[in-house]
Design a protein around this ligand. Structure first.
Ligand code: DP6
Length: 326
């Protein structure tokens, strides 16, 4: 009853920020994301009758109590009526909880490994629905390439669907620029609840989503990089406007975040097409095409405060592996 899986992170081009149903994790809007290569979580799960309690290790350490409770609650959904306990060992190959979508790759890998360990052979849609119960954005990491999370109205119709697989747009790049390795103060879950409850901008954000979704779908269909990048950047700024206007304010950026944003604008003025997007953290992800990646990286690396950069491409879907972590 042991199984392992690897899942990649995903970065949203049209973001998810707010739940209609917190228990079921049903979002207010559809979101579209790119699953990226190179940033992944590797997880091994074993259900064992001899275990007295669940044992969970992330990056060789015990996890905090909130995360532990969240994972056990999620395991209870998967193991249903059985009282089998699990040993879980998980590793991220990138900083955890600093806005690099570790919960997305983490819960996608856990969903796949745990269901395989229990011999449940689920379809991608079923895996996506289940992963959503762990962390909303995880439902999109079940797929490679580009996918859309259909918000749905209930537990059974809220899941992601593939838009295009990994090889559809091979020149697409997402440059991950790390500006800190510290864990963020406000986790997405608490932050988005606070935004929905208090930001006067939240309704206007929702009013613009349909248009952004249409633009991103069209951009993908026509491989229109300009439309894709412009829409993703403006969608990100609108989401951050709702965060900043939350009571108390949630400002995820640091000075380096802003320096990178300015550099991206400058590069664009010079004819090097690229766009930025940020999530619930200060890291900047730059969307560009392969032919410009080196020029952009050269400029970004010169910025004081940039800790490192990782070049990613459209990534693989979540998959099982025979490499067990214990
Ligand atoms: C800003 O999926 O981490 O990255 O469902 O509460 O676990 P929970 O939240 P989470 O939120 C991700 C928010 C985001 C945007 C996105 O990925 O769409």
């Amino acid at each position: 009853m042991k199984s392992s899986a690897i899942a990649n992170s995903n970065i949203a081009l049209v973001k998810y920020w707010g739940k209609q149903d917190k228990e079921l994790i049903l979002p207010y809007n559809n979101s579209i994301s790119l699953t990226i290569s190179d940033l992944h979580t590797h997880t091994t799960v074993e259900f064992n009758e001899e275990l007295k309690e669940d044992q969970i290790t992330l990056n060789d350490s015990q996890i905090d109590e909130t995360s532990r409770k969240q994972i056990i609650k999620f395991l209870d959904i998967i193991r249903k009526d059985s009282d089998l306990k699990a040993k879980i060992v998980s590793k991220n190959n990138f900083p955890t909880a600093s806005g690099l979508a570790s919960s997305a790759s983490g819960y996608a890998a856990l969903t796949l490994a745990a269901t395989k360990a229990l011999n449940l052979n689920l379809t991608k849609e079923e895996l996506s629905k289940l992963a959503r119960r762990g962390s909303g954005s995880a439902c999109r990491s079940i797929y490679g390439g580009l996918s859309e999370w259909q918000k749905g109205t209930n537990n059974d119709d809220s899941f992601a669907k593939q838009i295009e697989k990994k090889d559809y747009w091979p020149d697409l790049r997402m440059l991950i620029c790390t500006t800190t390795t510290e864990e963020k103060k406000t986790k997405s879950r608490a932050g988005m609840a606070q935004t929905v409850a208090t930001s006067p901008m939240y309704k206007s954000w929702l009013d613009t989503i349909e248009n952004d979704l249409t633009n991103v779908r069209t951009a993908i269909k026509n491989k229109d990089f300009t439309l894709l990048g412009k829409t993703a950047e403006s969608n990100c700024l609108k989401m951050h406007a709702t965060m900043i206007t939350t009571e108390p304010p949630i400002i995820y950026w640091n000075p380096t975040t802003i320096k990178i944003m300015k550099q991206v604008e400058l590069l664009r003025e010079q004819g090097i097409e690229c766009y930025y997007t940020m999530d619930a953290g200060p890291q900047v992800k730059i969307l560009c095409l392969k032919n410009n990646q080196e020029t952009i990286l050269e400029k970004i690396k010169q910025i004081d405060g940039v800790i490192n950069t990782i070049t990613t491409k459209p990534g693989e879907p979540a998959k099982t592996t025979e490499q067990h972590l214990f």
